[in-house]
Design a protein around this ligand. Structure first.
Ligand SMILES: *[C@@H]1O[C@H](CO)[C@@H](O)[C@H](O)[C@H]1NC(C)=O
Ligand SMILES: *[C@@H]1O[C@H](CO)[C@@H](O)[C@H](O)[C@H]1NC(C)=O
Ligand SMILES: *[C@@H]1O[C@H](CO)[C@@H](O)[C@H](O)[C@H]1NC(C)=O
Ligand SMILES: *[C@@H]1O[C@H](CO)[C@@H](O)[C@H](O)[C@H]1NC(C)=O
Ligand SMILES: *[C@@H]1O[C@H](CO)[C@@H](O)[C@H](O)[C@H]1NC(C)=O
Ligand SMILES: *[C@@H]1O[C@H](CO)[C@@H](O)[C@H](O)[C@H]1NC(C)=O
Ligand SMILES: *[C@@H]1O[C@H](CO)[C@@H](O)[C@H](O)[C@H]1NC(C)=O
Ligand SMILES: *[C@@H]1O[C@H](CO)[C@@H](O)[C@H](O)[C@H]1NC(C)=O
Length: 301
């Protein structure tokens, strides 16, 4: 699949090069990755557990742009994307297959040398309850970060609030399932404390954020009225938490939402009350919001 991507980008390059009649020496279309970025990836790999050897191709002096999961800028050769999500989730029928293909271990700070990284998917892996590395907040060019269901635990580092380019942040967690498996007798103090996420205030200052997923995160209490500050959001998933009480009026600011999933929480406000609080949305936006809210009402018990 990565090869295919590479081939597609070479073809794209070819057609644009033809149009603009750039002359290409040696017929060498691919721009190889930079030495320091290759080193960074090798270091990153060294600290990872990779039981099924998914990163087999990550070796040697070759062009790291054709390594599994690595996508480079087709013109500059800078590493732009890391697609390292695990194809098998832990809900997949074959749990051992999921375990085998999970990456784990530590996330090496060498990633900071990938100055042009804009997309990183680490979803569905198993980092064994370590905290989300705060240095990720220094990857300034990140637009997409998906750490969903990768068994990170603890608080969300506030440094992520420095990711001003971020458009999409995946922090879904099925940590409950870890608890279930481990069993009550095995709930050590750390496990209980670490599994409790708090929705941090600074998250609401990320005004460019379009997608935020916090499914099953043991979020508690009422939805902050600051949720209305996420004015760019079109996809907000707060389902299956322990959010309770009333919906804040400011949710009505989320006019552009295409997904607003608040199901499986404990709201106690009626649909008409919620609709009454929506203001400033166009009638079309209102219609689609109504449907989403109806869904919430339908799903709560
Ligand atoms: C390079 O990739 C970008 C986005 O991935 C694309 O928009 C652009 O057309 C590509 N350029 C060439 C020369 O292939
Ligand atoms: C990457 O490219 C190098 C040389 O261009 C080649 O030798 C190697 O087999 C390629 N690796 C993969 C995984 O395609
Ligand atoms: C699950 O995957 C493992 C590893 O690929 C394989 O050895 C095993 O046979 C599979 N089990 C089932 C029930 O498919
Ligand atoms: C990153 O990896 C390098 C090489 O394996 C190692 O020397 C270094 O200690 C690691 N750094 C961190 C912060 O883990
Ligand atoms: C993150 O990855 C998961 C699993 O691969 C996927 O279902 C989810 O849609 C992704 N989240 C975002 C925000 O893209
Ligand atoms: C929890 O359970 C796991 C697996 O059953 C075991 O390896 C671990 O030692 C247990 N931890 C504690 C603190 O009992
Ligand atoms: C949300 O916006 C309001 C009005 O602009 C502002 O007063 C408040 O501080 C913001 N909240 C956060 C958490 O940024
Ligand atoms: C709804 O929840 C709020 C906050 O938890 C509480 O003050 C209020 O009494 C509840 N209303 C009803 C009708 O249960």
């Amino acid at each position: 699949m990565d090869k295919a991507m590479r081939i597609v980008s070479v073809f794209r390059f070819l057609s644009i090069a033809t149009i603009t009649t750039i002359s290409l020496c040696n017929g060498n279309l691919g721009v190889p990755c930079e030495q320091n970025e290759r080193q960074a990836l090798l270091m990153f790999k060294q600290d990872l557990k990779d039981p099924s050897n998914r990163l087999l191709s990550w070796v040697g002096e070759g062009d790291c742009c054709n390594w599994t999961g690595v996508v480079c800028d087709n013109l500059t050769g800078h590493v732009r994307e890391l697609h390292l999500g695990n194809y098998y989730s832990d809900e997949y029928l074959n749990y051992s297959l999921y375990q085998e293909s999970s990456l784990g271990g530590k996330v090496n700070t060498s990633l900071l040398n990938l100055k042009h990284l804009s997309y990183m998917d680490l979803s569905n892996n198993d980092f064994g309850g370590i905290q989300i590395p705060s240095f990720l907040g220094s990857l300034k060019s990140l637009r997409y970060l998906n750490l969903s269901d990768s068994k990170f635990a603890g608080i969300i580092p506030h440094q992520l609030g420095n990711l001003l380019s971020l458009r999409s942040l995946g922090l879904r967690s099925k940590s409950y399932y870890i608890l279930d498996e481990v069993g009550v007798a095995n709930m050590t103090r750390l496990k209980v404390v670490n599994l409790r996420w708090n929705i941090p205030q600074w998250l609401y200052t990320c005004s460019n954020l379009e997608s935020l997923s916090l499914y099953l995160n043991l979020l508690q209490g009422e939805i902050s009225s600051s949720t209305g500050n996420l004015t760019a959001i079109v996809n907000l998933d707060l389902s299956a938490n322990q959010i309770e009480g009333k919906m804040p009026n400011s949710l009505g600011n989320l006019c552009k939402s295409t997904v607003l999933d608040l199901s499986r929480n404990y709201f106690n406000r009626s649909v008409s009350e919620i609709l009454g609080s929506l203001s400033g949305c166009s009638s079309g936006q209102m219609e689609s919001l109504k449907q989403m809210i109806f869904q919430v009402h339908y799903l709560i018990s």
